[in-house]
Design a protein around this ligand. Structure first.
Ligand code: PLP
Length: 428
């Protein structure tokens, strides 16, 4: 089945019916291991002479459907599902960077990614250089011969200023640096590969799952980045890997297609670090994915209405939503997002932090929790929660001010959403 339409892809790509039972819903292959047909079959699988299931830490047929579907949705070549969005971010970099290497990242990041980049990757010997995403040239200026990737979020959570994907991808491709995009808040609205990104590393926990019931992550390989042409920059893919009998990944994987990056991630990093997605969660994420385009339409429609309402409210000093932006941020949003501006909306109250807390405590229908992209409407105060481990300066760089309240607008009737906001604002 081939279609260029997201609505069709999310229902049909990667699975028609189960090969042994004809089941139409994707079966949950709740098994650790898969029986080998013979000793020859077993050794062929381990040697990658044949592709097939070995052990669910490394691959599983339920996860495979999620991987194929998200690959098709994003127009990529192959994907790897992992246990969380955080695991996807970390592994997308660890796959090509090691001690002494560096990555150049946008400052507009989710707080957890900021912590990973500021503390944990440097502890592993990988430096992350933060640059202002308003200036694509800042990526070029921060690059040296040890730079292994650029990293950014499409619709950064919570700054909501769309990243200049095309401009930075172009800079990177000229000098052999792949752009890794976290597309978490924009799946179904933006296809970063069409703008030149090389890799996607996203959380599936949010809009893909869409129902707040499962943590998961995905790394997708566009198959369009020429790792061989920049062999000096990517020794991990171009020199013998002692952990796999000296395999040179770009050579060894060539017969399977331009997917050396993602196969290496699966058979070395996932094998060694062991952060697989549970098949039960893959099933729930697939279930959510099947309605992603439809849900995104309503998330966007409701968020637009909320942004317009807040923008006119006398107690609100600032509303953050792409529909209200002008100049370059608006141009980028319009160039990159299609079908809407996403389901997130931020705002600040004129009377500051205390009023913001009263507002959140007064919400009756909105949930107060640390997630986005749920079918239900959600609210949080990032400075004291998701971004609380950052310094005040770091918080500002990610777009978090003291008074910022982040809303993830759900699928409820818009009248009920506005009514809950209105009564909470009355008390704030
Ligand atoms: N990327 C973004 C943009 C996020 O908002 C989050 C979580 O909020 C993550 C990555 C991490 O995902 P997970 O919570 O699935 O580990």
């Amino acid at each position: 089945m081939t279609s260029k339409h997201a609505e069709t892809i999310v229902l049909h790509a990667g699975h028609r019916k189960d090969a042994s039972t004809n089941a139409v819903a994707v079966p949950i292959y709740q098994t650790t291991s898969f029986q080998f047909d013979s000793t020859e079959h077993a050794s062929n699988l381990f040697a990658l002479k044949e592709l097939g299931n070995i052990y669910s830490r490394i691959m599983n047929p339920t996860n495979d459907v999620l991987e194929q579907r998200l690959t098709a949705l994003e127009g990529g070549a192959a994907a790897l599902s992992v246990g969380s969005g955080q695991a996807a971010s970390a592994m997308s970099i660890q796959n090509i960077a090691s001690v002494g290497d560096n990555v150049v990242s946008s400052t507009a990041l989710y707080g957890g990614t900021w912590n990973l980049f500021k503390n944990t990757l440097p502890n592993m010997g990988i430096e992350v250089r933060f640059v202002d995403p308003h200036d694509p040239e800042a990526f070029a200026n921060a690059t040296d011969d040890k730079t292994r990737a650029y990293y950014a979020e499409t619709l950064p959570n919570p700054k909501l200023e769309v990243f200049p994907i095309k401009e930075v991808a172009e800079i990177g491709r000229k000098i052999g640096v792949p752009l890794i995009m976290d597309n978490t808040a924009a799946h179904g609205l933006c296809r970063p590969f069409e703008h030149g990104a090389a890799i996607i590393a996203s959380s599936c926990t949010k809009y893909i799952g869409g129902h707040g019931n499962s943590i998961g992550g995905i790394i997708i390989d566009s198959g369009t980045f020429d790792w061989e042409a920049h062999a000096d920059r990517f020794p991990a893919l171009n020199t013998p890997d002692p952990s796999y009998h000296g395999a040179v990944w770009v050579e060894a994987i060539k017969p399977l297609g331009p997917i050396a990056y993602i196969i290496k991630a699966r058979v070395t990093l996932l094998r060694d670090l062991g952060a697989p997605l549970a098949p039960q969660n893959a099933f729930l994420l697939i279930q959510g994915l099947e309605t992603l385009p439809l849900r995104m339409e309503r998330h966007c429609e409701n968020a637009n209405a909320v942004a317009a309402y807040l923008n006119d409210h006398p107690k609100v000093s600032k509303t953050i939503h792409p529909s209200l932006m002008s100049g370059e941020p608006r141009r980028r949003a319009d160039a990159v997002l299609s079908g809407g501006y996403g389901g997130l909306c931020g705002f600040e109250l004129k009377s500051g932090l205390e009023a913001g807390k009263t507002f959140i405590d007064s919400l009756e229908m909105f949930y107060h929790l640390a997630n986005i992209g749920d079918a239900r409407s959600l609210a949080i105060h990032p400075a004291s929660t998701t971004h609380s481990q950052l310094t005040p300066e770091e918080q500002l760089a990610t777009g978090v001010t003291d008074g910022y309240v982040r809303l993830s607008i759900g699928l409820e009737h818009i009248d009920d959403i506005i009514a809950d906001l209105a009564q909470a604002l009355d008390k704030a």
